[in-house]
Design a protein around this ligand. Structure first.
Ligand code: ATP
Ligand code: MG
Length: 279
């Protein structure tokens, strides 16, 4: 482990609302979890107070943060079922942020939610009790638009969309924008696309370059400038239970996620969001 340390601990003094970002894309394997974990760690390095919520029964963000998904005392399941207060579910990590973990139990929650009143707002209402303690709350979503993801999108102030520069990327992004537009109309008027992040980018690949260019042309306003390269350290770090900047802080993967976090913080401030920052 490298020597990056953060002392950012939640305090109860802040009164502002944090940025709450759902990291979402219905397509599987595009880098959602890698983005959620490494942005959370990067924001921690920037001394922000961060909560990462794993809302995927795969529990990859939990494992990638150094916690054993099978040994969690409480998990996101308890929040979604209302069986444990959210304060008790939040776990400390060694990697600069706090975590609400998940495991396969979460897969059964959807059925129970169906009969619940205000079933789309369970997460939002639980977060309302503790959100003021954080600068940023990130939610790692599963690769589907299920009721858990709808809960994430109902709670979120913004969506971060990780995307690979492949042949169907433009069509996929158009679909996703339409979905978020519908969420805005029906469930959450505050939600916006906070940024589309190009992931696993290989600059030697001509198609990837073409698609990246097309994305900039058609979706310029919502594309993040930072591009995440394909980097083997990013793929290795989860096996060691740590974000890449703790595994190999000088790697291109670490530097690119730090740069994406810095861009998000900078542009969030510029847009007048998250006024009265923590430090
Ligand atoms: P799912 O839809 O199953 O939740 P996901 O969208 O969360 O997947 P990840 O798990 O983050 O995607 O990434 C998929 C795989 O690609 C993982 O093995 C991950 O380690 C690897 N990976 C992600 N980003 C990169 C990158 N920039 N360079 C190299 N490997 C990467
Ligand atoms: Mg994932």
């Amino acid at each position: 482990m490298t020597d990056i340390k953060t002392s950012a601990k939640p305090t109860a003094t802040a009164t502002k609302r944090p940025e709450i970002w759902a990291v979402a894309n219905q397509k599987g394997g595009v880098g959602k979890t890698t983005t959620a974990v490494n942005l959370a760690a990067s924001l921690g390095v920037l001394k922000k107070k961060v909560l990462l919520i794993d809302l995927d029964p795969q529990g990859n963000a939990t494992m990638g943060s150094g916690l054993q998904k099978t040994e969690l005392p409480y998990s996101a399941t308890d929040i979604m079922l209302g069986t444990t207060p959210i304060e008790a579910v939040i776990q400390p990590t060694q990697v600069g942020y706090r975590l609400i973990g998940a495991n396969r139990d979460l897969a059964g929650v959807e059925l129970s939610l169906i009969d619940m009143p205000r079933r789309e707002y369970v997460l939002k209402e639980a977060l309302a009790k503790i959100e003021h303690e954080y600068d940023y709350i990130l939610i790692d979503c599963a690769p589907s638009l299920n009721l858990l993801t709808i809960n994430a999108l109902s709670a979120a102030t913004g969506v971060i969309i990780p995307m690979q520069c492949e042949y169907y990327a433009l069509e996929g992004l158009a679909d996703l924008s339409g979905t978020i537009e519908r969420i805005r109309e029906v469930l959450n008027p505050d939600i916006k696309i906070r940024g589309v992040l190009r992931t696993m980018f290989d600059p030697r690949n001509t198609l990837a370059n073409d698609v990246s260019q097309e994305l900039s042309t058609h979706f310029g306003g919502i594309m993040l400038e930072t591009i995440i390269p394909r980097n083997v350290r990013l793929a290795e770090a989860p096996a060691h239970g740590m974000p890449v900047m703790f595994y190999e802080k000088g790697s291109r993967g670490a530097l690119s996620y730090l740069s994406a976090a810095a861009e998000l913080v900078r542009t969030t401030k510029k847009k007048g969001l998250n006024k009265g920052s923590s430090k």
